[in-house]
Design a protein. Structure first.
Length: 351
């Protein structure tokens, strides 16, 4: 893996992840906002470790990264025949499946690429091309979907609305443009003069480090709040809408960054519309909430802050990375196919 320290990512206008002649380039989000470090990955193990260490994070980005991880495995394979090639790629798929358990996009992308690869005919070169092309297709579709989510979502936003968002569901969490931040970007571009409250999103601070960074780069007014200020800003009537992303949308609930459920309940109490913006690659409608594996991460992420211990030595801590918001708290889901009311929630057919 090669790191390149360089100028501001936002100015580079590079996609969050790109395929370049057998290398996958992305930005190390664990270094943002202070340092812009590009990661150049050459094999699926480097992709897997970047996912586990959250140098890359955000459900749609994990999907594209997993697909590109399989493309690297195929592209650099020394296999002389199709079955040896596929054996290697199947092993890489297993490696990538073991990285993080909750965001369904990762598994959706691996299954999609593997299905294509298993059906592919021809020699090694032909199958490698099928795998690389499918990964590129997944990335391009994600960008297209986010722009459509932005368009559909912006119709729900009124002039001057103040929108609260949680974690980072922006360009950095996707291949580009973002889901929840895609809605905010589209409304801003339509001259709706929106303002944003961004929660800091402990313990990994995706809100303060990444969401504020992205919105500042676009000149969209944003105010940072700590996660425990949500009740305060809602009780003061300072928030008109909530728009968040999702890691998995099941029949009866939305799974997203820890803290989302609390925001949904407070929004319900104050009759603030609560929208979830997510591509259909995040839908897992054959499952229900009690079947979803919630990732539990190292408690040190809670007992320390920016690698400095803040709790007494030996302190116990919980660190579930996601929580479950029952559908009754969700006003609507904004997907690339349109705005879906949760009552008749079913997997949308592509229009
Ligand atoms: O742990 P993370 O940073 O990967 O969690 C990300 C989130 O919860 C996002 O809200 C979600 O993935 C949607 S990203 C468009």
């Amino acid at each position: 893996m090669r790191n390149a320290d360089t100028e501001c990512w936002a100015m580079s206008r590079m996609r969050t992840i790109e395929w370049k002649d057998g290398r996958v380039i992305t930005i190390d989000q664990s270094k943002l906002p202070d340092r812009t470090v590009f990661l150049e990955m050459q094999n699926c193990h480097e992709v897997a470790s970047a996912i586990k260490e959250m140098k890359m994070r955000g459900a749609p980005l994990l999907g594209a990264a997993a697909a590109y991880g399989l493309a690297l495995s195929a592209y650099h394979s020394k296999a002389k025949n199709a079955s040896d090639l596929m054996n290697g790629v199947e092993k890489s798929a297993e490696t990538l499946r073991k990285t993080r358990p909750t965001a369904v996009n990762l598994f959706w992308a691996i299954d999609r690429v593997m299905q294509k690869a298993r059906k592919a005919t021809g020699d090694v070169k032909a199958i490698v091309k099928v795998i690389v092309d499918e990964a590129e297709r997944i990335a391009n579709e994600d960008v297209e979907a986010n722009h459509r989510i932005g368009e559909h979502g912006a119709k729900l936003i009124q002039q001057g609305d103040v929108i609260l968002t949680h974690c980072n569901a922006g360009s950095l969490a996707t291949v580009d443009y973002g889901t929840a931040l895609g809605v905010i970007r589209a409304a801003w571009k339509q001259g709706k003069g929106v303002k944003v409250f961004a929660t800091e999103t402990r313990p990994k601070l995706q809100g303060s480090r990444l969401t504020v960074y992205e919105l500042q780069q676009e000149g969209i007014p944003v105010t940072l709040i700590t996660d425990n200020m949500v009740g305060y800003v809602m009780s003061k009537g300072l928030v008109n809408k909530v728009v968040v992303g999702a890691d998995r949308i099941v029949r009866d609930a939305v799974i997203n960054k820890i803290g989302t459920y609390t925001i949904a309940v407070v929004a319900h109490e104050h009759r603030v519309p609560f929208y979830v913006a997510a591509p259909t690659s995040t839908f897992d409608l054959s499952s229900s909430a009690n079947e979803v594996v919630i990732e539990n991460r190292n408690p040190e992420e809670v007992t320390s802050f920016m690698a400095r211990r803040v709790a007494p030595n030996g302190a116990e801590a919980l660190n579930p990375a996601f929580d479950v918001t029952p559908m009754r708290y969700v006003t609507a889901v904004i997907a690339e196919t349109g705005v879906l009311s949760t009552t008749e929630f079913e997997r949308p057919t592509t229009t």
